[in-house]
Design a binder for this molecule. Structure first.
Ligand SMILES: Cc1ncc(COP(=O)(O)O)c(C=O)c1O
Length: 356
């Protein structure tokens, strides 16, 4: 008998998947990962490093995660039992799916949206229902179609602002979605600071609403790997049962607590990004591109001059790396550019001018 190969033991639902992988090529002007262009102030980093040195690394961080959850709860006007913390918001999304989905359960997402939603749901054997965004001059969430698709589903999962289109969900539309469905409604608010969206006040009256937030974008701490989930305390209590003990490191908790105490850092940086976003949008329009309205720290643009894959490669030759999203349905002419610091944005616009 020939022995089974090790990979043959992996779930049938995982084997056909492609790994999540944004392009990793190093580039002098990296505008492909929607990171903050502005690092945290050096003085703050030094102060935090000193505090990390003063801690005892031999001990488990028993109470640190709970203390961070409490700080977040206070900042968002919630009870601490409604907050789960994790190594990035994606980890908490995975925890929600792992805890709630059985094979065959339906999950509704918008198309196009962040590729991780479909990847993680498919890995668990979910029946994925993809609802195209409505397309006019702008993209919109198709609320009646989402409600229809959610019949008998476990979860509707929306990104707002949505990656890669930048589309934001109006509060009224979220209310319609909650009223029209009887499943969990998850909203990934990773980019909310760039549009001042805040759905947390809706949590009190909507126990099926689940929000995901991150330190990776406006908080300028992607290296930290920290995020949170905000939801009804009864749902959080169930998820806590399977969350790994002491999941967040003492260092992560220490830094994250300091950042939450400094909302001025976010407001200032988000404001800079918003101003640059409008400037880059004008630059793109002047070059004849169609630019979609964005509530995030990136812009989706379309052009007819060159095939997007070719243009993407041409920009890379100038040292500018953006995201080629043109393989997604309905985005065959589209590219996505993150908003960087002014010099990076200028380099992008200059390279684009030279290549189109
Ligand atoms: C829609 C969306 N959600 C979440 C994240 C980041 O998640 P994390 O908090 O795990 O860094 C990203 C990163 O690009 C994203 O595009």
């Amino acid at each position: 008998m020939s022995p089974r190969t090790p990979e043959s033991f992996v779930r049938e639902t995982i084997r056909p998947l492609a790994a999540y992988g944004p392009p990793r090529d190093p580039a002098p002007v990296p505008l492909h990962l929607n990171e903050s262009p502005y690092d945290l102030p050096e003085e703050l980093k030094r102060e935090l490093t000193e505090r990390v040195l003063a801690t005892d690394w031999s001990k488990y961080p028993i109470a640190d995660g709970a203390a961070l959850a409490q700080d977040l709860a206070r900042a968002y006007g919630l009870g601490a039992a409604s907050v789960l913390v994790g190594n990035g918001s994606n980890e908490l999304l995975q925890l929600l799916l792992f805890s709630c989905l059985s094979p065959g359960d339906a999950v509704v997402i918008a198309q196009p949206s962040f590729s991780l939603y479909a990847l993680q749901a498919r890995a668990l054997g979910a029946d994925l229902r993809e609802v195209p965004l409505r397309r006019g001059a702008e993209f919109h969430f198709d609320i009646p179609a989402l409600v229809q698709a959610a019949r008998g589903a476990k979860l509707v999962l929306i990104g707002s602002p949505n990656n890669p289109t930048g589309t934001t969900l109006a509060t009224e539309d979220l209310r319609l979605l909650l009223d029209g469905t009887d499943c969990l409604v998850g909203v990934d608010e990773a980019y909310r600071d760039f549009s001042r969206q805040d759905f947390a006040p809706l949590l009190a009256r909507n126990p099926r609403l689940v929000l995901f937030r991150t330190f990776s974008k406006a908080l300028a701490a992607a290296a930290l790997r920290c995020g949170c989930m905000l939801a009804d305390s009864r749902l959080c209590a169930e998820l806590r049962k399977v969350q790994l003990p002491y999941n967040l490191s003492a260092v992560t908790c220490l830094v994250a607590r300091e950042l939450i105490a400094r909302p001025d850092l976010v407001t200032e940086r988000a404001g800079l990004v918003q101003r640059e976003r409008e400037r880059v949008a004008r630059g793109l329009t002047d070059l004849g591109m169609t630019v979609h309205p964005s509530g995030a720290n990136f812009l989706l643009f379309e052009q007819e001059k060159r095939p997007p894959t070719e243009l993407h490669a041409a920009l890379f030759k100038h040292g500018v790396l953006i995201r080629n999203v043109s393989t997604a349905p309905d985005l065959s002419r589209a590219l996505r550019v993150s908003i960087g610091a002014p010099a990076a944005n200028d380099a992008f616009l200059a390279a684009l001018r030279a290549e189109t």
